[in-house]
Design a protein around this ligand. Structure first.
Ligand code: APR
Length: 270
């Protein structure tokens, strides 16, 4: 099927869906200039992911914060791209009930998305590991730039970005909301993610089967009353392609998502 035919079919599915949701990953932000993790220019090609585990942070918080300033500082200057605006428009049209993102860059909200689940937290704040106080990241980065490494809370506790490091659990509220949306949805638009990191990667399976692939081999019978339609948009095939994805649109999210939204608008106008 050509990309145009796929866009047409997917737009029809989105218009008909009772509860469409989206799951996004770093791929929707690469066109804003933020590298993804596992692509050819990905962060994990340049840095060791083991430096971004909770235990590595606790071993040497100053080392993490020096690395943070190298990689993430100044994120506030980055702007949403057409991928983010397209998904915000879908929500505005009532054709996206929830957006679950693995990204911590806040670009979905800056593009206008309102019902967003930040599955891995947000780089907009830092949190005290002792008392739990939250600080705006811009303020903390300014203090690090001025030599306060690692930055500390007024209570003396060390500050850590309010994002989920490897080895850390997903915050309960984000996990339960995301799982509930995956179980409730009848369409999941999976955009710009390798769908390889759990537990986020189980969400398309929950959407399709109502159960996680971690607990049963193969693709067993559907537990949900009806399997969700899985639509993926990615530069490359993923583990969802040719398995549980009903539609796989290969290309840039910044080009494909606006095309889908344009067609959805056309169909809604009748
Ligand atoms: N358009 C479409 N797809 C893209 C684009 C683009 N412009 N740019 C990159 N991609 C795709 C890549 O092909 C890849 O499949 O986006 C995906 C990004 O995958 P990852 O780099 O693995 O990022 P993600 O899936 O978000 O990683 C999940 O892993 O390291 C952790 O916490 C981190 O949240 C992250 C999680």
């Amino acid at each position: 099927m050509s990309l145009e035919e796929l866009v047409e079919r997917v737009a029809g599915e989105i218009v008909r869906a009772r509860w469409p949701v989206a799951l996004t990953g770093a791929g929707v932000s690469t066109e804003s200039g933020i590298p993804d993790f596992r692509g050819p220019q990905g962060l994990w090609r340049k840095y060791d992911p083991n430096e971004f585990t909770y235990s590595s942070f606790m071993e040497d918080p100053a080392r993490y914060w020096r690395r943070h300033m190298e990689i993430f500082a100044g994120l506030s200057g980055v702007k949403p791209n057409p991928s983010h605006y397209a998904l915000a428009r879908l929500e505005e049209l009532g054709r996206l009930k929830c957006l679950i993102t693995q990204n911590v860059d806040g670009l979905h909200q800056r593009a206008g998305s309102r019902n967003v689940v930040e599955f891995h937290g947000s780089l907009s704040q830092a949190k005290c590991l002792r008392c739990g106080s939250l600080y705006p990241m811009e303020e903390v980065e300014a203090r690090v730039r001025a030599g306060e490494i690692p930055p500390k809370c007024g209570c003396g506790g060390i500050l850590k970005p309010n994002v989920v490091f490897f080895e850390e659990p997903i915050p309960f509220e984000a996990l339960s909301r995301a799982q509930a949306e995956a179980l409730r949805c009848d369409l999941m638009l999976v955009a710009g993610t390798s769908a390889s990191v759990y537990p986020a990667a189980e969400l398309p399976y929950l959407a399709k089967f109502g159960r996680s692939p971690l607990y049963f081999p193969g693709l067993e019978p559907v537990v949900k009353d009806r399997p969700a339609v899985i639509v993926e948009v990615n530069l490359n095939p993923t583990q969802l392609t040719d398995t549980i994805a009903d539609y796989s649109l290969l290309g840039k999210t910044g080009e494909i998502l606006p095309k889908i939204v344009e067609r959805v608008e056309g169909l809604l106008k009748g």
